[in-house]
Design a protein around this ligand. Structure first.
Ligand SMILES: [Zn+2]
Ligand SMILES: [Zn+2]
Ligand SMILES: [Zn+2]
Length: 281
């Protein structure tokens, strides 16, 4: 499977859209990997994780096509992951021309996500908008094309049941985990003994030690340690820190740039996500 990061920032993007803090001003000057779109990812070319205000631009800039996406999974209903009005442009033939036999876009998410989609697009969403809306409960694997996908509950925006996803295809497993703090016991328990190839962890808080709602890098290390103890980690498992806020990158000792993070995190076995980064296993 190939994981492509479409965006790697927290909700306000990096630099923060309206921010003049020292990190954001420096990020504007540095450009390149320091510029981060709102969060989202693409697996191979047909499974999309979350849909932000930046998804269309990200797909275009990476030479990807939204019409190739067959399945879309949502982590939770915050606007940086669930820009659901964009999906209205899937309606054919008003906004797109597609082959008659093209399947609807299959969408999966928690109750907050599917309730909002059904309210917006109605019970007739498949016929009227080409959107097939499916509630999926946590800890129950479901099949989406060639992928076996398991939503796992995390604590992020209670009382909403935010999900992270275990995604499997051809014997390869990706754990895509944001937005979340250190996982709840039930989720660690579910993952026990399951060997993971790629682990992508929320690192919104960067240098800040935060374990609830979002993680900082110290909490990423804690999750890695627990996954190791639980038999989820192989020699070549890739750990990636992801979903960054400027607040967590504006460290007292100096900016946590891509270059700084890469050097600092390497001994701990972590890499830092950036927009357009791909990892294949
Ligand atoms: Zn977020
Ligand atoms: Zn800022
Ligand atoms: Zn969120």
């Amino acid at each position: 499977m190939k994981l492509t990061y479409l965006g790697t920032a927290a909700a306000e993007a990096v630099p923060g859209m309206f921010c003049e803090c020292s990190f954001c001003e420096n990020a504007r000057k540095r450009g390149g990997k320091e510029l981060r779109r709102r969060s989202g990812a693409l697996i191979d070319d047909d499974l999309l994780i979350d849909f932000s205000a930046d998804t269309n631009t990200a797909m275009l800039s990476l030479g990807k096509r939204l019409s190739d996406v067959k399945n879309l999974i949502f982590t939770h209903s915050h606007s940086d992951h669930f820009c659901y009005r964009e999906l209205g442009f899937r309606r054919a033939p008003a906004f797109c021309i597609l082959p008659e036999d093209r399947e609807p876009l299959h969408i999966y998410g928690n109750g907050n996500v599917t309730d909002a989609l059904l309210k917006e697009y109605g019970e007739n969403a498949v016929k009227a908008h080409g959107l097939d809306i499916n509630f999926v409960p946590p800890y129950v694997p479901f099949q989406a094309g060639e992928y076996t996908i398991t939503p796992l509950s995390v604590v992020h925006c209670l009382p909403e049941d935010a999900y992270i996803y275990l995604i499997e295809k051809n014997g390869v497993r990706i754990l895509y985990a944001n937005d979340t703090g250190v996982f709840p016991e039930k989720t660690f328990e579910y993952l026990k003994g399951i060997k993971l190839d790629i682990v992508s962890l929320d690192c919104t808080m960067g240098f800040i030690s935060n374990e609830v709602g979002h993680m900082g890098f110290p909490a990423n290390l804690k999750v890695k340690k627990i996954l190791e103890e639980n038999g989820c980690v192989k020699k070549d498992t890739v750990f990636i820190s992801h979903h960054f806020s400027h607040n967590g990158l504006r460290a007292p000792e100096g900016d946590w740039t891509y270059e700084y993070f890469t050097q600092m995190a390497a001994p701990h076995g972590f890499i830092m996500s950036y927009d357009g980064m791909t990892v294949e296993r």
